[in-house]
Design a protein around this ligand. Structure first.
Ligand SMILES: [Zn+2]
Length: 211
């Protein structure tokens, strides 16, 4: 597990030939939060092992947040709910779609809602990649968990999500602008290299070029 920032860890589930694929772990005084759950059984094993490495267990997980409904982010939810007993939450447009896809109860979050973990986790609705695609803004860390809202190529350049993965690529591209309303230095993305400094400037450049 990679420690991205204080209290924030990234677990890479990718296997040979994959896009990168992560679960993020927020280790807060209020409890552990998992963000996205991967798709293979090995990802569940990874999460269990990595929690142990920071002295935590499944019972310490108090919340599972999901960025969006795509299989590589949600397939493990039933198993993770079984192991942790934690509630699963996603943006309100996405929650019913995830429920329908994997059969677990998913609570609804509103754009702008702030969850009281690790100094505040704010929900940002960025539609287009999917109906209720969300980013999570970690206020205290000035970090953005962007999921699939932005992709990175192997050289580290940022791009809008590719059309073949989007519900509406025009909307997905245009709505990236919303992220510029937030003050962030770091940005963690699912498919690509994380941006560990000056992330907002990188997103400003991306918006200038594409949006
Ligand atoms: Zn996706």
């Amino acid at each position: 597990m990679v420690k991205a920032l204080e209290n924030l860890y990234s677990i890479d589930h990718s296997e040979a030939g994959d896009h990168s694929l992560e679960t993020w772990v927020l280790d807060c005084k209020e409890g552990v939060v998992l963000i996205d759950g991967g798709m293979r059984e090995t990802a569940v094993e990874n999460i269990g092992k990595e929690l142990k490495s920071i002295g935590k267990g499944w019972g310490d997980v108090k919340l599972i947040l999901v960025t969006h409904k795509h299989g590589d982010h949600v397939k493990n939810l039933p198993r993770l709910v079984e192991l942790t007993g934690a509630p699963v939450k996603a943006e309100e447009h996405e929650a019913p779609l995830i429920e329908a896809a994997v059969g677990v109860k998913v609570g609804k979050l509103k754009h702008g809602q702030v969850l009281s973990f690790c100094g505040g986790v704010e929900v940002i609705h960025v539609p287009g990649h999917s109906e209720g695609n969300a980013c999570y803004y970690l206020r205290k860390l000035k970090a953005l968990i962007a999921g699939d809202t932005i992709f990175g190529d192997p050289q580290g350049a940022l791009t809008p999500p590719p059309e073949r993965y989007c519900l509406d690529v025009k909307q997905a591209t245009k709505e990236i602008r919303r992220l510029l309303d937030y003050d962030f230095d770091y940005m963690l993305i699912t498919h690509g290299k994380d941006i560990m400094g000056d992330a907002k400037e990188r997103v400003e450049k991306l918006v200038e070029m594409h949006c």
